[in-house]
Design a protein around this ligand. Structure first.
Ligand code: SAM
Length: 480
């Protein structure tokens, strides 16, 4: 029986409820009156305390996803853009993945790390190699990482992951430092989540891959990841272990997208119902070609248009949840979905273990083919030329604004006095320390213009002073 408050996977992600949702969505996909009322409910409302959005339930959002009426889809896109502007302004947070180890005991049929793959070169970074990777990432200008690892209790136990996190935070090369480490490792115990929290991680990210249990069991035929319930209930254990920023995701291409979309929103509703705070982020990876993996072997690939519609509807349904896109997607697709709702992008990524310290892009340990192969400088410049502010900000979790406290900031209308100045100051650091001359010129012009968009005059004054100190006195790490 469907129960969003239950702690049992099969009750909060109820197959019966998803099927009923899809049937309801099909019945109503041309019901203009209902569609209009759903769009109306999702619109941002301005009050004297700030702008509010109510979001949508999985049923409501599924009706919009099923709707194929072109004018209504245009309205969805316009609404997604409006919500994005209201809560995220024109800021785009920048991060990079760091692959620690590709040893893995699981048998995931879509992932090149699966244990049966004998032609992939297995590699696990030593602490000295982590150091080299981090220095290379700092020299590019990165401040925020997502660490990635296969699951292998012998080669990559939690102690290894914790040691790597300590190493990453300890390295201060020139003006560089990694200020936030997000973690994408396999589902684990409450005790291990507690250890991760104590080591100072930002978000714990775990992709569900698919919410369809029967398919999940086939796609993960062997290894600890085969346990659907343990995997699906991981975020509840993470929250029990004290991690209140968690990141959800589906690997699109494995199952029918409408099923996954409803499951993803039900998962978000479950976290809100049980823990009082929804997911901090949602990632939208699509299945890619990789060593031993041909995406054509999977039947459920989605077009770029459907992908954009999914991104827009996630933005509308869970307005306070950040949305992440990786370099799995091309520049063209990234451009489209950044407009519709994506708030974080990776740049200059290498998906191979040890890839950043190498001159050439190494393919022998790569997790998937990277579509967007531009350098970080190119990505930063591209964003600015489209009118966005690339942000290297990591202030929230360092100021204790995680979980519901972060959500309160979003809802308080203070973002423009907090996130916006932080974005400008961290961008200025990037321009001073790492940017090419052209990027610097473009960036300085944007900063000058954007200072005017800080509503509180006192905050504006402080920002102007801090920007001068960043440029002239080599001061770093100012934040609100
Ligand atoms: N091993 C961890 C786990 O079990 O969740 C997570 C780390 S894994 C390096 C990160 C993610 O990459 C996986 O959760 C999966 O969604 C994604 N991935 C695996 N194979 C992929 C492929 N061929 N194309 C795109 N993404 C893939």
């Amino acid at each position: 029986m469907y129960n969003p408050k239950s702690l049992k996977a099969e009750e909060f992600i109820s197959d019966e409820e998803i099927r009923a949702t899809l049937a309801y969505a099909d019945e109503n996909k041309n019901n203009i009156e209902l569609i209009d009322s759903i769009l109306e409910k999702a619109r941002p409302r301005k009050t004297d305390k700030g702008t509010f959005c109510s979001g949508l339930t999985h049923r409501e959002a599924s009706v919009l996803l099923a709707c194929e009426i072109p004018e209504k889809i245009e309205e969805m896109y316009a609404l997604a853009e409006e919500i994005k502007k209201a809560f995220y302004g024109n800021r785009i947070v920048i991060f990079a993945p760091l692959y620690l180890s590709n040893y893995c005991v699981n048998g995931c049929t879509y992932c090149p790390y699966h244990y049966k793959n004998k032609h992939i070169c297995r590699k696990k970074l030593t602490q000295e190699e982590v150091r080299k990777e981090v220095i290379a990432l700092q020299d590019m200008g990165h401040k925020r990482l997502a660490i990635e690892s296969g699951e292998d209790p012998v080669n990559n136990p939690i102690e290894y992951i914790l040691e790597c996190i300590d190493t990453i935070y300890s390295i201060k090369h020139k003006n560089g430092e990694i200020r936030r480490v997000n973690v994408n490792i396999a589902a684990t115990t409450v005790e291990n989540y507690r250890k991760l929290k104590e080591s100072g991680i930002g978000t714990y990210i775990l992709f569900q891959e698919t919410y369809h249990k029967e398919s999940y069991l086939k796609l993960h035929p062997t290894g600890p990841k085969h346990d659907y319930d343990y995997h699906t209930e991981a975020m509840d254990r993470a929250m029990e272990g004290g991690i209140d920023d968690v990141g959800l995701g589906v690997l699109f291409g494995l199952e029918l997208y409408r099923y996954e979309f409803a499951g993803l929103l039900m998962h978000a509703e479950h976290l809100e119902a049980v823990h009082g705070v929804g997911p901090h982020t949602i990632s939208v990876p699509r299945l890619k070609r990789a060593d031993d993996i041909n995406p054509d072997d999977f039947d459920n690939g989605i077009s770029d248009d459907i992908f954009a519609k999914i991104c827009a509807l996630i933005r509308i349904a869970v307005p306070y949840t950040g949305m992440i896109i990786s370099t799995r997607e091309s520049q063209e697709v990234r451009e489209k979905v950044i407009k519709l709702g994506v708030s974080q992008v990776s740049g200059g990524s290498r998906t191979s273990v040890g890839g950043y310290a190498e001159e050439e892009r190494p393919h022998d340990t790569e997790q998937f083919d990277v579509s967007d192969q531009r350098t970080l400088d190119e990505v930063v410049c591209w964003l600015m030329e489209m009118g966005y502010i690339p942000s290297f900000c990591t202030a929230c979790y360092r100021e204790g604004r995680t979980g519901d406290r972060f959500m309160s900031l979003c809802k308080s209308g203070q973002i423009q006095n907090c996130c916006h100045p932080n974005a400008l100051m961290t961008l200025k650091e990037y321009l001073m320390d790492y940017a090419s001359q052209h990027t610097k010129d473009v960036g300085d012009e944007i900063i000058m213009k954007e200072i005017e968009n800080i509503p509180n005059p006192k905050v504006r004054e402080i920002v102007i002073k801090n920007l001068k100190e960043i440029a002239n006195d080599n001061r770093r790490d100012f934040r609100f």
